[in-house]
Design a protein around this ligand. Structure first.
Ligand code: SF4
Length: 319
């Protein structure tokens, strides 16, 4: 008989690892997919999948999640996190990938009640309905307190061997991890920049001036950020950060001439006014009273006196 095949939505957390293991214990073949974007790093998924010894792949989710940030049908959480619609979009994508790869069903390590907004019983059902995955989506860790899925009813999965986890506690999960002999036990929570108030503030600023895109969202993780005219300026805080901004190779790069100083990046409208103001901001992070900057690999240069503290404080977007 052909082995049952299941595909996990897998962030690399402990719950996801356990969900995989309890299905593997039933003889089910498991692979894992981790979604990546400027807001969440897929590497934790790779590490955890390696630890379990299961095939893993990364799927770029940037376009999906950025589209949701404009007007998520189910709204935002506390910050810029559209968790319910994000989960639904992930499961929709996963269902498509599963169909292409001839998988029998998809699953996740979600636990009912673990997150007050996005993982209560109502949200879990809403995600299932929004993503049209009721026929293929299993939550092995809480299956016994949810309605039986078609996979359990048909005998593809043995419901008796699934769990009834409920709530935020981790005691049972940690006990199981020990019994399984996991040497890699990921710490809970965190990881999504959309839930970070400082980063969300920056992203909202981009959105308000019509500059929200995946590339810009990635770039505003760096530097101090300032609001210009239909543009934002980023100013490196250390030489390491300057290097990372250069590596990202985004926007218009401004270099200070002749004196030590930070790197500047302009995202948005490239006007003399914006570039001169950015120069004034960059000058304020040097020991000099003024600075001359030029755009990388170009002859254009801009000269400005350092901006005053009060004026600078009025346009900085705190992180
Ligand atoms: S925390 Fe981030 S990645 Fe997780 S569901 Fe919410 S928006 Fe999506």
């Amino acid at each position: 008989m052909a082995k049952v095949r299941a595909l996990a939505a897998f962030s690399g957390g402990l719950d996801g690892m356990l969900a995989c293991r309890i299905l593997m214990d039933q003889g089910i073949y498991v692979e894992a997919v981790t979604f990546g974007s400027p807001f969440f790093d897929p590497q934790a998924g790779r590490t955890a999948a390696d630890h379990l010894g299961i095939p893993w792949r990364e799927v770029d989710f940037t376009a999906d999640i950025v589209a949701l940030l404009f007007d998520p049908p189910s709204g935002f959480g506390k910050n810029m996190n559209p968790c319910i619609d994000c989960h639904a979009a992930m499961f929709s994508r996963l269902k498509e990938i599963a169909a292409e790869g001839d998988f029998d069903f998809i699953f996740s390590g979600e636990v009912v009640g673990q997150r007050p907004m996005s993982q209560n019983r109502g949200s879990i059902n809403r995600v299932k309905n929004l993503s049209f995955t009721g026929d293929v989506l299993l939550r092995p860790l809480s299956a016994k307190i949810l309605d039986p899925t078609p996979m359990e009813e048909s005998g593809l999965v043995n419901r008796d061997l699934l769990l009834d986890l409920n709530g935020r506690g981790r005691t049972r999960q940690l006990k199981m991890a020990k019994e399984y002999g996991f040497s890699h036990i990921p710490t809970p929570g965190g990881g999504c920049l959309l839930t970070d108030p400082g980063y969300a503030n920056r992203l909202k600023t981009l959105k308000d001036i019509n500059l929200l895109s995946g590339e810009n969202a990635r770039m505003i993780r760096f530097g101090r950020m300032f609001v210009l005219d239909k543009a934002v300026g980023l100013v490196g805080r250390s030489s390491e950060e300057n290097d990372r901004m250069l590596e990202a190779d985004m926007g218009i790069q401004l270099d200070i001439q002749d004196i030590p100083g930070p790197l500047g990046i302009l995202l948005g409208e490239k006007t003399v006014k914006n570039l001169t103001l950015l120069t004034a901001i960059m000058a304020s992070y040097t020991r000099a009273d003024s600075a001359v900057t030029s755009i990388s690999n170009q002859n254009e240069s801009f000269t400005a006196e350092r901006i005053g503290n009060e004026e600078r404080n009025n346009i900085i977007v705190t992180l």
